[in-house]
Design a protein around this ligand. Structure first.
Ligand SMILES: Nc1ncnc2c1ncn2[C@@H]1O[C@H](COP(=O)(O)OP(=O)(O)OP(=O)(O)O)[C@@H](O)[C@H]1O
Ligand SMILES: [Mg+2]
Length: 224
């Protein structure tokens, strides 16, 4: 079996749209006819099951032989660490346990379908244990999409993420400026909820010589 290629959504700062972007990337690959999986390694803040309205199947049996069972929904194969725990239960694993769990998950532990072409990985924020273990052990990384909001802290996070990826020699797909504008549902007026502009993200991409992938919502002139 040829190994699926992996695409990662990453950010240093929390809440900028990694999970949303990972789902969007997976849908885009699926629309192009690729057999696609989604993997959530956010151990403390697993969000993928809820974001996909994945109803917890009371009959879900997590093991297939000695491996973990992904679920099939919306035409995707999905494995989320959140499938193993009750949603209300906080995860108290320490760093070593998290690193080891992520290593197992991305190397041997998941019974993905034969023929899966892509795995889009939703990651937790920061450069913590899960992300480091992922960058060290995940085979076949095609590239990393760095997600940001146009705000100062998030832009600082991009620099840190780029430096981390350089250190790990991981390929970078580019920078995506998420939540780059708000349209009032009442009067239709567009505004920027943050203190920086998507053009600042674009400049940072130029400075670091990585692609700028555009903004969400798109500018009128931007291809969808
Ligand atoms: N472009 C967008 N427009 C409107 N809402 C958005 C957009 N992107 C993300 N959101 C919303 O913002 C919230 C945070 O997004 P999301 O969960 O994808 O961020 P995250 O980076 O994965 O967060 P965390 O760091 O906690 O994992 C969610 O409620 C999501 O639905
Ligand atoms: Mg998330």
């Amino acid at each position: 079996m040829s190994r699926p290629q992996a695409l990662l959504a990453l950010s240093m700062k929390g809440g900028v749209g990694k999970t949303t972007t990972a789902i969007g990337l997976a849908r885009a690959l699926q629309r192009r006819g690729h057999r696609t999986g989604l993997l959530d390694v956010d151990i403390h803040g697993s969000a993928l099951p809820r974001a996909l309205h994945l109803a917890r199947d009371p009959g879900y049996e997590p093991l297939v032989g000695a491996r973990l069972r992904p679920v099939n929904t919306d035409g995707f194969q999905i494995f989320s660490i959140g499938l193993l725990f009750r949603e209300e239960t906080p995860n108290m694993w320490d760093g070593a346990m998290k690193a080891s769990a992520v290593k197992q998950i991305v190397t041997t532990s998941i019974a993905w379908d034969e023929g899966l072409e892509w795995i889009v990985v939703d990651t937790p924020p920061t450069s913590g244990d899960e992300v480091q273990s992922l960058l060290e052990h995940l085979p076949n990384i095609y590239g990393c999409v760095i997600v940001t909001q146009p705000n100062d802290l998030s832009l600082l996070g991009i620099t840190k993420t780029l430096n981390m990826l350089r250190e790990a020699e991981a390929p970078v797909c580019g920078l995506l400026a998420n939540m780059a504008g708000y349209t009032c549902p009442h009067c239709g007026q567009k505004s920027n909820p943050f203190d920086r502009e998507s053009v600042d993200v674009e400049r940072l991409a130029e400075e670091y010589e990585v692609p700028y992938l555009g903004q969400v919502p798109p500018r009128r002139s931007q291809p969808g």
